[in-house]
Design a protein around this ligand. Structure first.
Ligand SMILES: Nc1nc2c(ncn2[C@@H]2O[C@H](COP(=O)(O)OP(=O)(O)OP(=O)(O)O)[C@@H](O)[C@H]2O)c(=O)[nH]1
Ligand SMILES: [Mg+2]
Length: 226
């Protein structure tokens, strides 16, 4: 079989498993978000600040993907929410089977929110549905304003752009308005929050977005059930 039909087959198998996951998330009322960015844009830092801000009894869990190491899971475990590392051993993205396998011994009925940190990569993760309700793309101010134009797929598919590391704006030639304009060229009306995990600026807006998303998901499920 040549490469293109084989890739298509892998993707359709992934879509099938992702659809099953999405149905299970809906059945149990679990909002699942898939965080995607280049390596080092600040996904784990954003999750650290998020877990720190959530009430200790919140029904939240995290799956974090990397090619190697348990480093990110170790950083996130100290907040005492369920956290699991997925090490792909070389694959540049998570796929739906990996999510299914790593969820096997968690009870979805005990969760309201599942945060997935994808492997650091702006390209491959965009093709693999994980059954999430929404993708969130993180772009740091050290990466250049042109990234939405160069890697349009992930910006098009994500509901939210988190512009991260804004504390570094005085030191890097990054025009935040141009970055936002580029993102909206690819994805008209895209929601954007600007954050610094170092100073805490903008984290309130991120937490508001997250809270509104959780509420909207709950209302949607209630409406479809009645
Ligand atoms: N100045 C500054 N540095 C930050 C900020 N957020 C993260 N960093 C730093 O950026 C580096 C990478 O952050 P991570 O949170 O590990 O990034 P990541 O996207 O999870 O990285 P991978 O999982 O390897 O893809 C670390 O040295 C962080 O301390 C920020 O808001 N401001
Ligand atoms: Mg990380």
């Amino acid at each position: 079989m040549d490469r293109v039909p084989l890739e298509r087959k892998v993707l359709s198998e992934n879509d099938r498993v992702a659809a099953e996951l999405r149905a299970r998330f809906q059945e149990h009322g679990v909002l699942c978000l898939n965080l995607i960015s280049s390596p080092g844009s600040g996904k784990t830092s954003l999750l650290e600040r998020t877990l720190e801000a959530l009430p200790p009894r919140d029904r939240v869990a995290v799956l974090t993907g990397d090619i190697q190491t348990e480093n990110d899971a170790n950083r996130l475990k100290r907040f005492h929410f369920p956290v699991k590392q997925i090490t792909t051993g070389g694959t540049c993205h998570l796929d739906a089977r990996m999510i299914e396998r790593h969820l096997a011994d968690w009870r979805l009925e005990d969760l309201d929110l599942l945060l997935i940190e994808n492997v650091g990569n702006l390209v491959c993760p965009s093709s693999y549905d994980l059954g999430e309700a929404a993708k969130v793309v993180v772009l740091s101010v050290t990466e250049g304003e042109d990234k939405p134009l160069k890697y349009p797929s992930i910006f098009f598919k994500s509901d939210l752009l988190v512009l991260s590391k804004i504390d570094l704006l005085p030191y890097v030639p990054f025009d935040i308005e141009v970055a936002a304009e580029n993102a909206r060229k690819v994805h008209p009306g895209m929601e954007i929050v600007k954050v610094s995990c170092l100073s805490g600026n903008g984290l309130h807006e991120w937490m508001m977005w997250l809270g509104e998303r959780r509420q909207a998901y709950k209302s949607l499920l209630q409406k479809t059930a009645s």
